[in-house]
Design a protein around this ligand. Structure first.
Ligand code: BTN
Length: 246
């Protein structure tokens, strides 16, 4: 086992990603070390967003990785791997989880988990990765400003042991990570693309001031999303360049 070989628990902290980055400043932190917590005072979401989570109800974890064989131009493979591992975990409990590009995990139209990957790049290699995951397990009420949150409990009406969930999630992430290190990377990308929320369906999108209808057709290993419009033209988008409309 790589992921989960070393667990670091702090009941309260600012952010598990911040704590993991602090650990990385010391020497010899084993690959697969997981920082986890009951409560974050400054949980971080995608740039510009916070991640808020009721104390002791969900999973808040950050995994330290050294994916040296993944080159910076293909770093989105790490996001794909982590997203698929979370979907594997959700599949244990209910069908149909999807990845909303770039790395929100959805069940139907609601968000059950968010991922914050922070790669430290030196020259042509990834020195280390902190993969932060917030996964909603038992929380039933969320503050008003969160648009469409959901938890496992809200979807199944069952209360979950967070310890069992943590072990299962780490085992699922570990299997996926080994495929990234030793397996076929094309199959990671293909599986990620086929798991995409709204894959190959006609929906409305907004890029800048332009609204258009198209189908998501691909995501590259650098994380670029391809949307093919009704007239056959394919446009490519980086993070934050396109909004999904209802
Ligand atoms: C997002 O959807 O905006 C990403 C959310 C990522 C939240 C997790 S919770 C554990 C880890 N620590 C953080 O501060 N953020 C990530």
């Amino acid at each position: 086992m790589i992921i989960g070989s070393n667990l670091v628990f702090c009941e309260n902290l600012t952010s598990t990603n911040t704590q993991a980055s602090e650990l990385l400043k010391k020497n010899d932190i084993p690959e697969g070390t997981v920082v986890h917590s009951d409560f974050q005072t400054a949980g971080r979401g995608q740039p510009g967003n916070r991640w808020e989570s009721e104390k002791g109800r969900n999973l808040l974890i950050s995994v330290i990785l050294y994916p040296g064989s993944v080159k910076p131009h293909e770093q989105f493979l790490i996001s794909m791997t982590i997203s698929l591992g979370i979907c594997d975990f959700i599949d244990r409990h209910l069908p149909g989880s999807k990845v909303k590009w770039p790395n929100d995990i959805y069940v139907k139209d609601d968000k059950i988990a968010g991922v914050l990957i922070e790669n430290s790049i030196m020259g042509d290699s990834i020195e280390n990765t902190v993969a932060g995951i917030g996964l909603n397990i038992n929380q039933e009420e969320f503050p008003g400003e969160i648009r469409n949150p959901v938890s496992l409990k809200m979807l199944t009406q069952k209360e979950y042991s967070r310890n069992i969930c943590l072990n299962d999630l780490l085992s699922d992430l570990d299997k996926r990570y080994k495929l990234l290190l030793y397996g076929d990377r094309n199959s990671i990308r293909n599986e990620y693309v086929s798991r995409l929320y709204r894959f190959n369906e006609q929906h409305k999108y907004k890029a800048g001031k332009r609204t258009f209808t198209g189908r998501i057709t691909d995501v590259s290993v650098s994380g670029i999303l391809s949307i093919t419009e009704e007239n056959g033209k394919t446009s490519r988008f980086s993070f934050k360049e396109v909004d999904f409309l209802l």
